[in-house]
Design a protein around this ligand. Structure first.
Ligand SMILES: NC(=O)c1ccc[n+]([C@@H]2O[C@H](COP(=O)([O-])OP(=O)(O)OC[C@H]3O[C@@H](n4cnc5c(N)ncnc54)[C@H](O)[C@@H]3O)[C@@H](O)[C@H]2O)c1
Length: 323
């Protein structure tokens, strides 16, 4: 069992992955600057409040904790904010990642799993999207992910930094029994927004019902955060066992429309979702679904919690505890 540093481990996906790593028997240290995360998402004693851009501190931490591999989640994640302040995204997500990689190289830690995104594909030509679909981001957030993937390829080739970028589709769900779930502020993700509308009675907006999809609303691939966490565990173990660098999509391979999600939320909560129908949002492709065969074949990963009602009921259980 290994010692693993989780950057951004006080955030949504990082906290679930920390939990999954511990369940597998790994030992974890979390590095987070708490800019967008929650101290109470990390067990006492495991959190180091540090910014990934602090190379020297990070190198010291890696050495002192005898870290063997890093899972790197720390980043800003809001597409809209990235169009208002692209420089923030290039600074935090790109320069921050470079500083982290420098610290890793200095400390001799040469295994990293990185949170990339389906946003790297932009508006894909082929759906389900295979990993060899060219990168074509349409916002600075997506570009920041592509830039880090590019750095990783060169650092792999010339510095032996073995890395796996995982391109996530729509992370959702929760691990309510562990007190973990989605708490973004501001929240931009569909399921928590619908649950909040149920709780507060204030309508949420659905952006567009005139897309070329069967019911007119956008189709996305909703992947349970704990299935996503399991994919990280498999990938970090693969690297620790001497496995090669590679890039993988992480999605279920099934798409659900916004209306289908709304129906699931109403089924699970037993209440109507107050909503209004708005116009399309710029840059929203009609359908984004992963071709997830590569990860299934290479590492035997299969999503265990793909059922939409299961996803929504886990998110609902968490939301009720954190109203
Ligand atoms: N949530 C999704 O659906 C989704 C989809 C695709 C990719 N991703 C990627 O997954 C990763 C995690 O996403 P999330 O939803 O858990 O986000 P989150 O905001 O909940 O977590 C990110 C964490 O990183 C920390 N952080 C940010 N900048 C930091 C810095 N410079 N130094 C140290 N800590 C820093 C924040 O405090 C926060 O705890 C991100 O890289 C994101 O781009 C998320």
């Amino acid at each position: 069992m290994a010692k693993i540093l989780v950057t951004g481990g006080a955030g949504y996906i990082g906290s679930h992955t920390r939990y999954a790593l511990e369940k597998r028997g790994h030992s974890v240290v979390v590095a987070d600057n708490l800019s967008r995360g929650y101290k109470d998402a990390v067990p006492a004693g495991m959190l180091r409040v540090i910014d990934i851009s602090e190379t020297e501190k990070m190198e010291r931490l890696l050495r002192e904790e005898a870290v063997e591999a890093v899972i790197h989640f720390a980043a800003y994640i809001a597409v809209g904010e990235s169009t208002e302040k692209p420089e923030l995204y290039f600074s935090n997500n790109v320069s921050g990642s470079l500083a982290l990689f420098e610290a890793m190289l200095a400390a001799g830690v040469k295994r990293v799993v990185f949170s990339s995104s389906a946003a790297s594909y932009g508006i894909p030509k082929k759906v389900p999207i295979p990993e060899d679909e060219p990168a074509a981001p349409i916002n600075p957030y997506g570009e920041s992910k592509v830039m880090v993937e590019v750095m990783m390829r060169w650092l792999d080739k010339y510095r032996g930094l073995r890395g796996i970028p995982l391109r996530y589709f729509n992370a959702c769900g929760a691990e309510p029994a562990a007190g973990l779930g989605e708490r973004h502020d501001p929240e931009t993700h569909l399921i928590p927004l619908m649950l909040r509308a149920v709780q507060t009675g204030k309508p949420m907006t659905i952006f567009g019902d005139d897309y070329p999809t069967p019911d007119g609303t956008c189709i996305r691939d909703y992947i349970h955060v704990s299935d996503l966490a399991d994919a990280h565990v498999l990938c970090v173990e693969h690297l620790l066992n001497g496995g090669a660098s590679d890039a993988f999509n992480v999605g279920t391979g099934d798409g659900h429309s916004v209306r289908e999600v709304l129906d699931a939320v109403e089924r699970v909560t037993g209440k109507p979702v107050p909503h209004t129908m708005g116009p399309r949002r710029e840059g929203d492709p009609p359908s984004l679904v992963a071709d997830s065969q590569k990860l299934r074949r290479a590492l035997g990963w299969t999503p265990q919690r793909a059922d939409l009602d299961r996803i929504v009921s886990d998110a609902w259980a968490f939301a009720q505890g954190h109203r």
